[in-house]
Design a protein around this ligand. Structure first.
Ligand code: NDP
Length: 471
């Protein structure tokens, strides 16, 4: 893979004011595949100033022109799609087929979709004697995690740029390469300077400098609850708007009258997507007690179909986890599950045939009590907890007994039955009876899963503020 020795801001590749570089590690080989600069607070300051200067003209650029820039950016990113997918498979361990479609092609398409969304926005509204106008928030700082690195960057920059904001992005240190490739695409099309800026480096240095910078008007963050808390409190000091997309511990409720042969494999596939490194993963499968063992057998059968191996092998469905730290965290939770008395029915350790790479076997715990740590805390790995319930009301109570509320699923014998349960779940998204992911639907969390929404036309609203003119 290509290394990068410069940040991208003010429309040019700029030498870092720091001297260090960060190795990007392949999760399958544990070797360095590229390097990026370890930025400093000074780099952030320069990038934010460039974004501030650019905001003056970008915010006044006609909507149609901004839409066209997004379409050009999407087209230029598309030329790099295969390269981006390859980079992400190295960084995150995602199987290449999934990387190609979900990690690269999907976000690239979403850039272009935001052109359509912004063209359809109604910017002005008459309310009594007021003219209410939507205006862009200003300079947006974007901090993103490593699990879907390009997707997370696009979820922020595409609606922000469409709305007329300018951005400074700090990608995750572990998976920064696709953000640099996106900067190459922006440079290639001649996107006006200072509109899209990228500075890489550690969260505690580059991230904190961005959040505390007085010229940043809004922070859009995706990542862990711990970092989200810190970012919200630093942003609060500066009275900045925040949008937070945090963790999840999503529940999949299988109703007694559901077709188990369809529902259980669908639940397993959802939980195991990207080797469980998905914030919206249905990691708690809540099943009727009388059909618990049947559900576990079906889950085991589906697990057996998920071939684990090198992300670049065609047969691979599950790659390694992204880092040694992530692997150790997941193994720690598995040990805790055993100690807490959950029944380990599949997996439970490192695969013996894959000694190199950050692999963890797909793991099922049965007879889980929802109070256990493996049911309360986000594991962010291939671990499924099967939890029995005695009544539908109890199933809903268990699903809602979580600090998080990001996503979820319900499968029932009828759409009406599933919908009635979905309505009672305190969570930002629920898929019923196999409902597919919708690129128009807002995505985001209740409770400690976050503040604000991303994806689709409604995500644009995060990047506007309202001005009322009385006459
Ligand atoms: P982290 O919270 O550790 O990191 C996310 C980003 O924040 C990284 O770029 C990191 O920098 C940066 N960061 C960390 N600390 C600070 C700080 N004090 N100030 C500013 N920036 C900081 O999360 P992970 O990268 O480990 O991602 C996994 C987490 O993200 C999971 O909890 C997952 O659920 C959540 N997530 C949520 C999603 C959602 O949409 N709700 C989607 C995807 C993930 P660096 O690591 O480079 O040092």
């Amino acid at each position: 893979m290509n290394s990068y020795d410069k940040h991208y801001y003010d429309g040019a590749w700029q030498a870092s004011t720091g001297t260090d570089a960060v190795d990007v590690i392949s999760s399958a080989t544990e070797e360095s595949v590229a390097r990026v600069p370890r930025g400093t607070g000074e780099d952030v300051d320069r990038a934010v100033k460039a974004a501030r200067r650019a905001f003056e003209s970008w915010s006044r650029t006609p909507v149609e022109e901004r839409a066209q820039w997004l379409e050009k950016l999407s087209a230029a990113a598309k030329e790099r799609s295969a390269q981006m997918a390859e980079a992400i498979s190295h960084e995150v361990g995602t199987a290449l087929g999934f990387s190609t479609k979900v990690q690269a092609e999907f976000p690239i398409m979403m850039i272009g979709m935001n052109a359509k969304f912004i063209r359809e926005v109604s910017f002005e509204q008459e309310l009594g004697n007021s003219l209410v106008i939507k205006e862009p928030v200003g300079v947006v700082g974007c901090i993103t995690p490593w699990n879907y690195p390009l997707h997370q960057v696009v979820c922020k920059i595409a609606p922000a740029l469409a709305a007329g904001c300018t951005v400074v992005v700090k990608p995750a240190e572990m998976a920064p390469l696709s953000a640099f490739m996106l900067a190459e695409a922006a440079h290639q099309i001649g996107l006006p300077k200072g509109v899209l800026n990228i500075v890489s480096g550690p969260g505690r240095v580059v991230g904190e400098a961005l959040v505390s910078h007085p010229d940043v008007d809004m922070m859009s963050f995706t990542g862990s609850l711990a970092a989200g808390r810190r970012i919200a409190s630093v942003a609060g000091e500066g009275i900045k708007k925040v949008c937070l997309e945090l963790g999840g511990k999503s529940a999949f409720i299988v109703l007694d009258d559901a077709p188990f042969d369809k529902a259980i494999p669908a639940g397993v596939n959802n939980c195991m997507q990207n080797s469980g490194q998905t914030c919206s993963a249905w990691t708690r499968m809540i099943v009727p007690r009388a059909r618990h063992d049947e559900a576990v057998e079906l889950a085991k059968a589906q697990f057996a179909k998920l071939t684990m191996g090198n992300p670049f092998d065609k047969a691979t469905r599950l790659g390694p986890l992204a880092s040694a730290g992530q692997r150790d965290t997941v193994l720690g939770f598995i040990e805790q599950g055993k100690k807490e008395g959950a029944t380990l029915v599949a997996g439970g350790g490192r695969p013996a045939d894959l000694p190199t790479g950050f692999y963890v076997e797909p793991t099922i715990f049965a007879n889980v009590d929802n109070r256990m740590a493996i049911a309360q805390e986000e594991i962010f790995g291939p671990v499924l907890a099967v939890i029995p319930y005695d009544s539908e009301a109890e199933a809903v109570r268990i699903a809602n007994d979580s600090p998080y509320g990001l996503a979820g699923g319900v499968w029932g014998g009828t759409p009406e039955g599933a919908l009635a349960v979905a309505r009672q779940m305190r969570t930002g998204q629920v898929d019923i009876n196999g409902g597919r992911f919708n690129t128009l639907a807002p995505f985001g969390g209740y409770k400690k899963s976050g503040i604000g929404r991303e994806i689709g036309p409604l995500a644009l609203e995060e990047f506007f503020q309202l001005k009322s003119i009385q006459r």
